[in-house]
Ligand binder design. Structure first.
Ligand code: SAH
Ligand code: SF4
Length: 378
């Protein structure tokens, strides 16, 4: 049996260069080939090696034998009333993940998933409640961006931010299913492709990674590929955060905030965005806002308050609007910038924390929630 073809979407520039060197190209030629192929794959969005016209015929024929361009298949494509678009992408073995495109006046943002499910089990998160199946490959991560750009371009999307030749997606947020820092190697490879001028050429400031706070991996990201950072705080003290974001028991607030400050030394923006989901009667009281003000003085930060998005079987309710604005006022009165996240695409379950994809839980933690999966996947 010939070896399985290598999926070139799994490679960033350094890996693709190594691949061509391994296939017998001289170092300078391997570097050049890598850039050429990255441009075909990620700028022209071409799948077929035969059309890569600046490669020698023999090189194209060789690639056809040993390589492939493997994209996740689309299982469902839904558009919300507000224009938010969600694709459910098949990642094999009965698993699927969501990618969500959010058009705004001045940008087109794609929310990307990093894992099928999530092992971190935050109390208020639909993805977490489904358990964990596996990490996505780099190809499955970058494939979401490639797919969205290709479909939106083919549809002839008309938007103010579209200039000639530019991809429709101008911003990426790693805020879909999964904890990106729990899949760091593949996420960094995909980030490298997002930033590469021969590929999507996004600026570091337009790529945001959201994490629940895996401190050692955050330090590694700081070295490997610093992009804009969002941290899921959700509670102003360890006792409450231990309940809502269980990974806090391992990396408590003091350690997390110290890691944020280390990260900021390298980050493309000079602040961290603290995400704070507003849960009625749980973390939204005046006392919580005051504690948060005290805590957040330690880090240069902004706040993004996220009205809780309900999902089947969740025990929480969204805080009333008046309480969210009162909470915001305490923060802004103390000198912080605090925005309230607009809920987008909730009529198609595309809003934060509603992404259910389709996860065959390997952790067996959530068998009793199997019904939720069926509803979500229907
Ligand atoms: N695992 C990463 C990124 C994915 S979640 C993280 O936790 O940061 C993206 C954001 O949505 C996080 O801030 C997360 O806490 C929030 N979120 C999760 N469930 C939610 C829900 N039901 N309603 C509103 N926000 C939610
Ligand atoms: Fe995982 Fe993030 Fe959901 Fe927590 S909020 S369970 S870390 S995806």
């Amino acid at each position: 049996m010939p070896p399985a073809p290598v999926n070139l979407l799994d490679f960033d520039d350094s890996r693709l260069t190594a691949f061509f060197a391994g296939a017998g190209e001289e170092p300078a030629r391997a570097r050049m080939r890598s850039k050429q192929v990255l441009r075909w794959l990620h700028q022209d969005l071409v799948d077929d090696f035969g059309s890569m016209s600046n490669l020698a015929k023999t090189a194209r024929a060789h690639l056809q034998q040993i390589a492939a361009v493997g994209m996740p298949a689309v299982m469902r494509d839904t558009t919300a009333a507000d224009g938010t678009r969600k694709w459910l992408l098949d990642v094999g073995n009965g698993n699927a993940v969501d990618a969500v495109f959010i058009p705004e006046d001045d940008r087109g943002t794609l929310c990307i998933s990093s894992q099928a499910g999530c092992a971190l089990d935050c109390a208020f998160c639909s993805t977490g409640k489904q358990g964990f199946n596996r990490n996505l490959s780099a190809a499955e991560i970058i494939g979401q961006l490639r797919h969205a750009n290709r479909v939106l371009r083919a549809d002839g999307i008309e938007a103010p931010w579209m200039e000639h030749g530019r991809h429709p997606v101008t911003n990426v947020v790693m805020m879909g299913m999964g904890e990106p820092l729990a899949n760091l190697d593949n996420v960094v490879t995909a980030l490298n492709v997002m930033l590469d001028d021969n590929a999507y050429g996004l600026s570091r400031r337009r790529v945001t990674l959201s994490t629940s706070g895996l401190v050692p991996a955050l330090d590694r990201l700081r070295e490997a590929c610093p992009v804009a950072l969002a941290v899921s705080l959700h509670a102003p003290n360890d006792a409450l955060r231990d309940q809502l974001v269980p990974v806090n028991r391992k990396y408590p607030l003091a350690a997390l905030l110290a890691a944020c400050n280390r990260y900021l030394e390298r980050a493309p923006r000079d602040f961290v965005t603290f995400e704070y989901v507003m849960l009625d009667g749980v973390n939204d009281q005046p006392e919580h806002a005051r504690q948060l003000v005290h805590l957040a003085r330690a880090v240069n930060c902004k706040f993004n308050l996220i009205p809780f998005n309900p999902f089947p079987g969740s025990p929480f309710r969204r805080s009333p609007r008046s309480r969210i604005t009162a909470f915001q006022k305490t923060l802004t009165d103390a000198g912080f910038i605090a925005t309230i996240r607009k809920t987008r695409g909730d009529d198609i379950d595309a809003a934060c924390g509603q992404l259910a994809g389709q996860v065959l839980d390997k952790t067996r933690r959530t068998q009793s929630l199997a019904g939720v999966r069926v509803v979500a996947a229907a």
